[in-house]
Design a protein around this ligand. Sequence first.
Ligand code: UDX
Length: 460
Amino acid sequence: NSFPQRVAVIGTGYVGLGTAGLLAHIGYQVTGIDIDPAKIAQLQRGEVPIHEPGLEGLLAGQEERLTWTTSYEAITEADVIFICVGTPPGPDGTPNLNYVTSAAASLAPFLNGHAQIIVNKSTVPIGTGDYVQRLLEDHSPNFDETRHRVVSNPEFLREGTALSDSLYPDRLVMGGHPDAVDYLARLYAPLIEQTFVPPAGTPRPDSYTRPAVVRTTLQSAEMIKYAANAFLALKISFANEIGGLCERVGADIQEVSTGIGFDGRIGHRFLQAGLGWGGSCFGKDTQGLISAGREHSYAMPILQAAIDVNYRQRQLVIDKLIRHLKSLKGKRITVLGMAFKPNTDDLRDAPAHDLIARLTQLGAVVTAHDPVAMPRASREWAHLTYTAAADAATALVRADAVIIATEWDEYVQLNWSELVGTMRRPLIIDARNILRDALPAQVEQIGREAAHYQPEQVLE
Ligand code: UDX
């Protein structure tokens, strides 16, 4: 069996760019393909279309091994073809497979006689691997079942730490025909053995050794991705549900999460109470599983509850504001943080979106700030009414309240005790539980009693 040398990556989002950069870094000849000529032109100029720490540096060093094109011709030469296109949710939560379908149909005519593995990295409904294989059969004159196999190889990277997550993963999951999985494992050998030199800026973590390699059927690999995300989403909602009761009985979710997390069966991660999850994965994948269940007349009440708790959190923050301010009509409310989490400019399913929409609906005058996501917001959130502030300090001036919606480090570092003095009313809804010190302000956090309560006051 030959050794894979050439790789094609279809799609230049978080997953595609990370995969292309990583495979070029570990030594392969990579072609990145996207149907969007503007994105390809940007990448050819050395610009990266998304904000992801370290990505620009990783791609910049690779001009020799990494090329960008809108043409599918590179498929002919490729030994391994990665499909990394988006699967955005439809109105009922069912993932939209249009991009996967068109990627498979477009690449198929270029398949040739040598062994070529088609790897699905997009998060897709269980059964999509077989569907892609059928599309390849239908659209390729050279299709040969023994040479052209589909493998599911889900991606577990988190935005903001994408490079580190993909260079030093916990596990590599590969599902499909054993021969095809072997071939893909050979491609990944430098990653599995960790023999590559870590790129500048993304060092190997001290305790890290190597990933677990999990070989499964196609269907199990597809399910593993959904189940992993749904479980993490569930953990966050669980912390939020317990947190709500903590507030009412005088317990503190921060202490409770720490306390339960030491149980090795539970673990500390993803128990942070707050505004709940956002982003492109947790909402979409929990909905995706529920809609898969629906197709089989199978209810998934645990996942539905996790989703309900998550969206209730966004309303609870507004309720807290109303408890203090009575009416929001004409009140100046500042929202700090727009991205769904720190270190990204991704706005998909960001809690701040729902907060801003609800606040304006209730008659508030909203000012918002984000360290990196504001340019993107001016395009993608043009339907919302808010004033974009140049910086966090400006955003706070004469505000009736501030909601911390994203836990950017910049917001942790603000000189809060000075800044609250510039507010009209020093009321902070710290929806991410990031403030630690007592402040001359009313501070509300999530899942714990109003921490540093000061009597109501309005500065005139
Ligand atoms: C997630 C998965 O972690 C990743 O494995 C998968 O491949 C894609 O989906 P991502 O969406 O980039 O990654 O972000 P993640 O860091 O998981 O955070 C998701 C959301 O949960 C954020 O809005 C974050 O603020 C929130 N969160 C996270 C909590 O509210 N509490 C926590 O304890 C952890």
